[in-house]
Every structure is written in C-alpha cells, then in structure tokens.
Design a protein around this ligand. Sequence first.
Ligand code: NAD
Length: 294
Amino acid sequence: MTAQIIDGKALAEELRQSFKARVETLTAQGHQPGLVVILVGEDPASQVYVKNKVNGCLAIGMHSEKIVYDKDVDQQVVLDKIAELNADPSIHGILVQLPLPRHFDEEKVLEAISAEKDVDGFHAENVGALSQGAPRFIPCTPYGVMKMFEKGNVDLTGQEAVVIGRSNIVGKPMAMLLINAGATVTVCHSKTRDLNFHTRRADIVVAAVGKPKFVKGDMLKPGAVVIDVGINRLQEGPDAGKLCGDVDYEDCLNVAGQITPVPGGVGPMTITMLLANTIEAAERKAAVEAGARK
Ligand code: NAD
C-alpha cells in the first residue's frame, strides 16, 4: 500500500485563488485587508519568511508592508510602533516575526498586539479563546493542518491522534484543534517515556519536533494519517542543504494511509492561513461597521 499524498502546495494555491473574491469585495467596501509584518534584525530565514508573507498578500490584492528594525533597536521603539498600528484602521493584521533578539521580552511584545489584529493567534486572549473552543484567530500552521485534514476527507471524530511536540506555535494549538474536532488527543514531547507506544496506536500523527526524519515507518500503525510539520535543512550526506521534514517520508510512505510531503506539504499552508486570518479580521471589522450603521 502506498500512502495517498496530501498536496499542500496545490491546496494552498486553490485557497489563495478563492481568497481573491473576498479581498475584492472588502476592498470595494473600503476595507482592503492590510497586514503589517515587523522584522527585527537580519536573520536570513526570517527575511525570507517576511518577504513571502508580504508578497503572498500583495498577490491576492491585499495591502501589506514590512517594517524592519536594526537588531539593536530599543524594545520600546517596537512597542510604540505596535501601539500606532493597533490604532490604524487600515491595518487588520499585525505580525512580529519570531525569533526576536535576546534583549526583547517576546511575551511582552506579542501581548502588545491588539487581540483583534493578532493574526498569528499568539496573544493570550486568542489562546484562551481557542482552548475554550471559540477561536478568534487560529495559529496559522495548525490551521493549515486542519484544512489539510478537510482536503484529505479525514474524519477526526473519535480518532486517536498523537501530536509530537508541545510548542506554543504548533504542538499545543494543534492539540486544541484536534480536541475541538472530536479526536482523542495525546501530546508527546521530549520527556515522553515511550513515544512508539503512543504513535503505534495512533490513527493520526502530527510531527512537530524539529528533528530531520525523526518519525520512522515502524513507529506507525498501518494506514495512519501522517502530517509532517517539520522544516529542517539536512546538514550532511549527499542531500546536504536540502529541506526535509520530521518524518522519514520514504520509510513511512508504504505504511501510512495518507501523508504530507516536505517541501510542498504544511509549509505552503502556513502563509495561506495567515492571509485567511487577515481577511477574516477585515471581514469582522466590516461587519461591525455595517452593523453600527444600521
Ligand atoms: P520547538 O523546538 O519549539 O518544539 C519542538 C518540540 O519537539 C518540543 O515540544 C519538544 O518537547 C519536542 N521534542 C523534541 N525532541 C523530542 C523527542 N525526542 N521526542 C518527542 N518530542 C520531542 O519547535 P516548533 O516551533 O514547534 O517547530 C517544530 C518543527 O516544525 C520545526 O522543524 C519547525 O521548523 C517546523 N515548523 C514549520 C512550520 C511550517 O510552516 N511548516 C511552522 C512552524 C514550525
């Protein structure tokens, strides 16, 4: 049996095309969705991510701009800019690219973003809303994974799901979404005693570990749905420099029922869902203003 591949690249493209009409409608109503991305420092990977986020917006008719600060900038300068953007009615989403330089208090910066414009979904208020089952913004990567389940016609109700990784960005919100969707969820992490015990009984495995080819075929139940969130650059061997996931794709291909590739899996979905969150924010604002006029 060869696993069915859930093509994130194609799904991302399909969704982005479908967003265009919503952006057009909003723009015609005077609510062109706008996203500002703040970058501090010159981390090369962050520069690429920021460029892709801004270009992703522009390509579907949204407004987007990046604001770049020197790595030594005073935190207060960034906080002041966030306050200014919070008050700017033309901006619906504000995102601070992580990681921030060491002299920053990351939590303080993220909490400074208005919860209504927190399109990354990292603000405590939005984390709380998600855990209560009434999300305002869903963090982009797990949101993208949920869309992939939808695309693969994966019914999550009653399924045994194992999430490997407990980060605030991926693992924890992923677990919340799976719980909200009716799955029975186990979250594994670096302190988990017997990882294989958990993964081998899972109908669904989501790997967000940050270790190349960590999940092997013999860790899976045959037919499992395997979602690979990992993005790692191979350091050595003939494929040095190439991207690979947290799942050993070749090894799992004949065991899994469905699987996502890297690249071309979860990766393209993340920015797509950032666009979705910004459009949703603009739609909410437009609806509130329309309601106020009635
Ligand atoms: P992280 O380093 O914050 O978390 C990794 C998690 O893996 C931790 O919770 C840790 O406990 C767990 N872990 C480490 N070793 C383990 C082990 N031996 N057994 C079980 N669990 C173990 O990473 P993150 O931010 O959650 O990212 C995870 C991966 O996903 C990375 O490769 C990252 O690059 C990638 N990522 C991809 C996207 C995307 O758009 N596709 C977005 C965010 C992160």
